[in-house]
Design a protein around this ligand. Structure first.
Ligand code: KG4
Ligand code: ZN
Length: 339
């Protein structure tokens, strides 16, 4: 079964081809970072225009790299929710046109559910049930994945997403966007124990996150009058920017790891799956594996499947198609979809 997946939910134009639900034959991503850089954030109108210009090129390249033609496809899957409305509409209109023109079944995919299962491409033995941590620029949440149509959100961030927090701290440290990789690179040369930034802890080990307090603490530490009050630093050495980055990263990772391990234990699963752009973070990967109890496997996707991509949309579409599901050609986008 050969499925084409298209994602234009935010600022990356992405398409991928997946064979039999897990074998990624191509995964093409045309990032718009340079178009939005001057604005320090994604400008929705610029994003949808760029998607409209690029989606055809990206889909064609995904087919070429997979050495297949439109006639070889069994279905086309597309992100319909959640995301920026104008951006979503471009991908959905394109996918509908392909489906209509080629008589292909259409599959409407929930972007976060695709992040939750993306690790399957690199762990073909991964089966339900599992717990998924999805941490990206727009979302940070834990899911109990009990079956293809039983993906239940256990809890989410009360405020900022983890990736958003990395991005905002990058601004404070005068680093480029996207902030995650830049902060992480600087952090690699710093001391994670230099500054004791606060870690949010939900009561009763609940599946919840919060990153705005951490962000504010970094802001006060760097700029605010008397801000050091909340984040004591070590007096033995001067604290460098790299130390601040490393200490922030350690706190952010801690805040992700605790609730994730607690949720996996509560659900009694053998697998904890991580997805979303922040899943590329090396410290997160190391700490999760170190702190996972015996019997819990931690599964990460390869870097190219962490961030927004079309292959994960194809994987999720293939899973639904294999159950006999298809979506009507008049399916609508749902920008604010939660579940
Ligand atoms: O999943 P994604 O590509 O897009 C959204 O749906 O948001 O995630 C992008 C987010 C950005 O906030 C970026 O800074 C963050 O993931 N990110 C990272 C790393 N690589 C990307 N955060 C921490 N460490 C990284 N290595
Ligand atoms: Zn995403």
């Amino acid at each position: 079964m050969l499925v084409l997946g298209i994602d234009t939910s935010c600022d990356d134009t992405a398409a991928g081809v997946v064979l039999d639900g897990r074998d990624v034959r191509s995964n093409v991503i045309w990032s718009q970072h340079e178009l939005h850089a001057a604005f320090r954030g994604v400008v929705p109108e610029i994003a949808s225009r760029a998607h409209a210009e690029r989606v055809g090129v990206v889909v064609r390249q995904a087919l070429t790299e997979a050495s297949v033609g439109l006639l070889d496809l069994d279905a086309v899957a597309v992100t319909t929710r959640p995301g920026l409305v104008g951006s979503l509409l471009v991908g959905v209109a394109f996918a509908k046109a392909l489906a209509l023109g080629r008589g292909l079944p259409l599959l409407a995919v929930h972007h976060i559910e695709a992040h939750a299962i993306a690790a399957r491409a690199d762990h073909p033995d991964l089966e339900y049930p599992f717990v998924a941590l999805v941490a990206s620029g727009g979302h940070t949440a834990l899911y109990a994945c009990r079956g293809p149509r039983e993906i239940v959100r256990l809890g989410q961030t009360h405020d900022d997403a983890a990736g958003e927090c990395f991005d905002k701290v990058a601004v404070l440290l005068d680093l480029p966007q996207p902030g995650g990789p830049a902060v992480s690179k600087l952090a690699a040369t710093g001391r994670p124990d230099a500054v004791a930034f606060p870690r949010f802890r939900a009561e009763d080990g609940a599946a919840a996150f919060s990153f705005s307090g951490l962000k504010t603490s970094v802001l006060y530490y760097l700029k605010g009058p008397g801000g050091r009050r909340d984040a004591p630093d070590r007096a033995d050495l001067p604290v460098s920017r790299a130390d601040v980055a490393a200490s922030f990263e350690a706190a952010a990772v801690d805040a992700l790891v605790g609730p994730s391990l607690a949720a996996a234990a509560r659900e009694g699963v053998a697998d904890l799956v991580v997805g979303g752009g922040v899943a590329a973070n090396r410290v997160l990967r190391r700490v999760l594996v170190e702190r996972a109890p015996a019997g819990l496997r931690v599964r990460f996707p390869r870097a190219a499947l962490c961030a927004d991509n079309g292959a994960m949309i194809a994987m999720r579409g293939a899973e639904l198609f294999a159950r006999g599901e298809t979506s009507p050609l008049d399916v609508d986008v749902d920008p604010y979809a939660v579940d």
